[in-house]
Design a protein around this ligand. Structure first.
Ligand SMILES: *Cc1c(COP(=O)(O)O)cnc(C)c1O
Length: 369
């Protein structure tokens, strides 16, 4: 178990650095409910992300789910199926209906040329995903949203710290939601945040994460319990001090993968060069069996047999989940379907050894025949 190479490995600060924060938590006896660590982390994060305002949550999923609730939407939400379960579940758990749009074949984000044909008089919002940190076609999404009067809520779980046109990725849309899960590029153990504009939405999000409690005697909404506790906020304070270092280390790993795999026919690599301040969160490869000579599943099995655990992110598509009982026609999102059958996300974390990266690439090359 211990020497297996997994797709990711949680980033941790030095234990003494974390202990120093925890000592103050012990002294205060304030464990959760927007204590001093929560407030400090929120302020540090707001300036790191360079956004107008931000609300913290217990995880990225609740950030998404409660942000959708805050907009008080009804009807259909246009989204993509090439994502983590959370994106679709946040829609469905709000009593809204997901309408699945296909993705771009090269960067896996929503194909904006196919959005307008999906709009009906019941459409209320678009929920696009910056998949693997690849940025959606923001101007087109804005143009369509404006034309039809739709809200735009970005699932920015993969895009932590990235920029677009000189502005923080968190500043786009009516809101953008991040995840700080242990497996993400930046973690607070579990955690998430919504970047938003306007005091009114801010107080709504604040209340929704605390049961809808407005004050001691007034509960104004049917909220959830989705507050970030002090231990997670303390982890965030520590990990944020090292984020640039960690992204720099990830970049070296990505470059090594690139050197090894860039000239292999039938293996397509993610194009990080189009991203402003890329965070190098994932290293997906798309394998065309006909050209490469082995299928995604064969490559995956080969790696698994050698103690290396890549992941088939994102397979299966969310519109094919058995939870939905074949309600959605997956043939309507053919690019997503094709990519989900061919994609494999390779191990990537700041401290992975470069010779292990070389070995992984060698195993991939050798899985032919
Ligand atoms: C991780 C992730 C989420 C959910 O975040 P959690 O913090 O795990 O709840 C949502 N969307 C995408 C695309 C993700 O990768």
């Amino acid at each position: 178990m211990s020497d297996k190479i997994l797709v990711t490995r949680a980033v941790l600060p030095d234990i003494n650095e974390y202990m120093q924060e925890l000592r103050e938590v012990w002294d205060s006896h304030w464990l959760t409910n927007m204590g001093p660590k929560h407030e400090m982390f929120r302020s540090h994060l707001k300036s790191y992300l360079n956004v107008e305002d931000i609300e913290l949550f217990t995880n990225g999923h609740m950030a998404l789910e409660l942000t959708l609730q805050a907009f008080n939407l009804q009807g259909e939400v246009i989204t993509t199926p090439f994502t983590f379960a959370s994106t679709t579940h946040a829609i469905v758990r709000n009593g809204l209906e997901p309408v699945f749009c296909d993705i771009e074949p090269d960067n896996y984000t929503i194909d904006t040329s196919k959005i307008e044909e999906l709009i009906t008089d019941r459409t209320c919002a678009i929920l696009p995903v910056h998949v693997y940190g690849n940025i959606c076609k923001i101007e087109e999404i804005e143009r369509i949203a404006c034309k039809y009067g739709l809200k735009v809520i970005y699932d920015a779980a993969h895009a932590f710290g990235e920029y677009y046109n000189g502005k923080s990725i968190g500043s786009y849309g009516d809101a953008s939601c991040f995840s700080f899960h242990a497996t993400k590029v930046f973690n607070t153990i579990e955690g998430g945040a919504t970047c938003y504009k306007g005091k009114e939405l801010g107080s709504c999000l604040y209340e929704l994460k605390n049961f809808g409690i407005h004050d001691a005697e007034c509960v104004t909404a049917v909220g959830a319990n989705a507050k970030m506790n002090e231990f997670c906020a303390a982890m965030g304070i520590c990990n944020l001090r090292h984020i640039e270092d960690n992204i720099e280390k990830r970049k070296k790993v990505v470059n090594r993968y690139y050197e090894n795999l860039k000239d292999i026919a039938g293996i397509y690599l993610n194009d990080f060069s189009k991203i402003e301040r890329p965070n190098y969160a994932y290293f997906p490869i798309v394998i065309d069996e006909k050209i490469f000579g082995a299928s995604r599943n064969e490559v995956c099995d080969k790696l698994l047999s050698k103690g290396i655990e890549p992941r088939k992110y994102f397979y299966p598509l969310t519109n094919s989940f058995s939870a939905f009982h074949k309600k959605y026609d997956i043939q309507k999102t053919p690019n997503a379907l094709r990519v989900s059958k061919r994609v494999l996300t390779l191990p990537l974390y700041p401290d992975i050894q470069l010779d292990i990266v070389d070995r992984i690439c060698e195993l991939i090359t050798k899985s032919v025949g």
